[in-house]
Design a protein around this ligand. Structure first.
Ligand code: HEM
Length: 661
């Protein structure tokens, strides 16, 4: 069913030829660009449009076929009749009084071109609508010749464009990664499990290391192998350095003006630089070691007062980290009586927020429905965000009043003591290119409170729970601490660099429990090829670091908590090895690694050095994970449950130091 035209200039007007229903086609291969108004397309345009072409029948008579041929010759350079233009005109020439053509049908053709030949392959007419709506439409319109030509041209353009889109979208969908078949409209939403990381890992076993899910109108791509993670986060780092911002994140993070959700660009660079330099760099962290020390010691004192009775380790850890973060931000902490009450309340609010951030939301899958907030997640997030906003407002006001009261020395000092003060100073100084607004400042505070507290405290809680389930690991860590710190000394941050086994515990904890198991979803700014598959611009990319960290082809006995595997390993948190990247990799790697590492090691070292921890005989901590965007232990390691008691054992037998506070 094809015909090849071998030489430029060769042309063919078939009449009832090759395909019985095809009555006539005018083709002339253009060897020269054409100047005729009939033919606006030169050869290269012709080539580029070739895959989305339309051929139109000539009028239904031998004469008109000849006329067609003659006309083509007269025009000198008419290519394949683009849709109806030629035919319409020809028909009018052959029978100017009639507006009726009884046999016009449109067939789509796929045209393959090489430098000197053009082959036409007619797609079965049965597949194609016989009464083309455009033709009918044109027939029924009462137009003069020039209007008709304009309308025809416009329609033609629309058809060509539509065909081009269809051909491309077909091409695109055939090159997308594999994935489970979905239902019309909702795609795979019906089968989506809220524990995304385990659900995705299960799917990867069937569909391979890159797969797709259609979530309403949103395409999700899931990557679960080191090689493909490298392609996304290293080879195409810039393209994937964007975020697909969930609707609830816009609410919580002031429209996404923070570091985590900002699109890649100068504004993101500016706010990230400000935070990293002035809050999260090693030199700033060194300068505020006193704050960490004070908070950790306060927590130890609190635990000491509870020796012999159960404590909620997760809550205490969270509060310690939160106090460190807030005292770095604006000098505020929660102490005394408020500690238990506010700690729990604050923790719940932060956990609720991160849970909402990871929750499947119809507003994301069908953005047109976002304004209805069908699941009420936006409303919930608004309520939580307002509480934080009020705290930020109070702190900012306090800071501004403090400066206005004329603590001149402080106000004029270039040495800003806390981060909020520094941010307000940067805002007032006003960088013209990328100014920092009050909304930016609040968005950054939200990043630090949310990003800084729950991630680190959940990781520490996982570590304590794992260590408690493996008394031999606890013993080794305590032996190392006794050797380096001494039994009756207090752990200082300077000790942590001499504790390889403790480092190994941290790495192993983040291997088995990367607290952001799918990182923060990335989003390509343009369509890209990953693992040979097309990953369309705007899709939501989940990198399943949790699955990579448990891949038996990479890790021996991956489910076992075994810090020793890291003792002689070069793996670190830099994201340069895609077998292990709990903090992500590339441009959007975690901005708080230095702080997380210090807090984790210093706090865990202090807890293990200060107390013996034990579970009731025969008990194990259940480490089942629950995951929004951040994972946590499903059943908190808490005192409320009779079965999961974690306690520092009572003095004088078990407190490991003579000075516990
Ligand atoms: C154990 C603790 C932590 C872990 C495991 C962790 C992990 C991560 C991960 C996986 C990402 C996303 C990377 C990506 O999308 O490719 C991230 C982003 C981020 N983290 Fe952390 N994080 C921790 C602690 C912290 C702390 C303490 C802070 C700051 C106080 C922080 C601030 C941030 C920020 C601002 C981002 C966004 C970076 C960007 O998009 O440019 N994180 N973190």
């Amino acid at each position: 069913m094809g015909r090849t035209l071998n030489s430029p200039g060769d042309w063919w007007a078939g009449y009832g030829y090759e395909i019985p229903t095809l009555q006539g086609v005018a083709i002339k291969i253009l060897s020269q660009p054409c100047s005729s108004h009939w033919c606006r397309w030169n050869w290269s345009t012709f080539e580029s449009l070739a895959s989305a072409f339309w051929v139109t029948e000539a009028p239904h008579s031998t004469d008109s076929a000849n006329l067609l041929k003659r006309t083509v010759e007269q025009c000198g350079c008419v290519g394949i009749s683009f849709g109806h233009v030629l035919v319409t005109k020809l028909f009018r020439w052959s029978n100017p009084s009639s507006r009726h053509y009884d046999a016009i049908r449109v067939y789509s053709v796929s045209i393959k071109t090489t430098s000197s030949s053009l082959s036409l392959k007619f797609i079965s007419p049965a597949d194609i609508e016989h009464h083309n709506p455009l033709t009918n439409f044109l027939e029924n319109l009462d137009m003069d010749a020039s209007t008709s030509t304009i309308v025809t041209l416009l329609a033609l353009f629309a058809i060509t464009w539509y065909a081009w889109i269809r051909v491309n979208s077909k091409k695109e969908s055939s090159s997308l990664p594999p994935g489970p078949r979905g239902l019309p409209l909702i795609g795979n939403l019906a089968s989506l499990d809220p524990d995304l990381h385990t659900y995705f890992a299960g799917l990867a076993l069937t569909y391979g290391p890159i797969l797709k899910l259609q979530l309403g109108s949103k395409l999700a791509i899931i990557v679960s192998s080191p090689d493909l993670a490298r392609e996304v986060l290293k080879d195409h780092d810039v393209t994937f350095a964007n975020r697909d911002v969930p609707a609830v994140a816009r609410i919580a993070f002031y429209g996404g003006l923070d570091i985590v959700w900002s699109p890649y660009g100068p504004e993101w660079r500016m706010i990230r630089k400000v935070c990293v330099l002035k809050m999260l760099s090693n030199s700033t962290l060194d300068s505020v070691y006193g704050l960490r020390r004070r908070e950790v010691q306060n927590t130890v004192a609190y635990m000491y007062s509870k020796v012999g009775s159960p404590i909620n380790v997760g809550e205490q850890t969270f509060l310690t980290i939160l106090n460190v973060v807030t005292s770095m931000l604006w000098g505020g902490t929660v102490q005394g009586e408020e500690r238990g009450r506010l700690g729990a309340e604050f923790r719940r609010a932060v956990a609720d927020m991160t849970e909402l951030l990871g929750a499947p939301n119809i507003s994301d899958f069908f953005p047109a429905l976002a304004r209805f907030d069908l699941q009420g997640l936006g409303r919930k997030m608004s309520g939580l965000a307002t509480r934080f906003d009020q705290i930020f407002d109070r702190m900012i006001e306090k800071q501004l009043n403090f400066d206005a009261l004329g603590d001149r020395e402080r106000a004029s000092s270039s040495e800003c003591k806390d981060f909020l003060q520094f941010l307000l100073k940067v805002k007032d100084e006003g960088d013209v290119k990328t100014p920092l607004s009050m909304t930016h400042i609040k968005a950054l505070l939200m990043d630090m409170v949310l990003g800084g507290s729950e991630t680190s405290s959940n990781a520490i809680e996982f570590a304590i729970a794992e260590v408690m389930n493996k008394p031999e690991v606890m013993r080794k860590a305590q032996d190392e601490l006794d050797n380096v710190v001494g039994k009756d000394n207090i752990v200082e941050e300077s000790h942590i660099y001499k504790l390889p086994y403790l480092h190994a515990i941290m790495k192993e904890t983040l291997r088995l429990h990367p607290v952001l198991p799918l990182l923060v979803p990335h989003c390509p700014s343009e369509t890209c090829t990953i693992g040979g598959f097309s990953v369309p611009k705007g899709s939501r990319i989940f990198i399943n670091v949790w699955a990579v960290h448990r891949d038996p082809s990479i890790w021996e006995n991956p489910m076992e908590f075994k810090p020793e595997r890291f003792l002689n390993s070069k793996l670190d948190y830099s994201g340069s090895d895609f077998n292990y990247f709990p903090f992500g990799s590339g441009r959007r790697i975690c901005a708080g690694i230095a702080m997380a590492e210090r807090m984790f090691l210093y706090f865990l070292a202090t807890l293990l050095h200060s107390f013996d921890w034990k579970l009731p005989a025969g008990e194990k901590v259940d480490l089942t994970e629950k995951c929004g965007i951040v994972s946590e232990i499903e059943e908190p390691s808490c005192c409320n449950s009779n079965t999961k008691i974690i306690q520092p054992s009572s003095l004088p037998v078990d407190c490991r130091r003579s000075i516990c506070s």
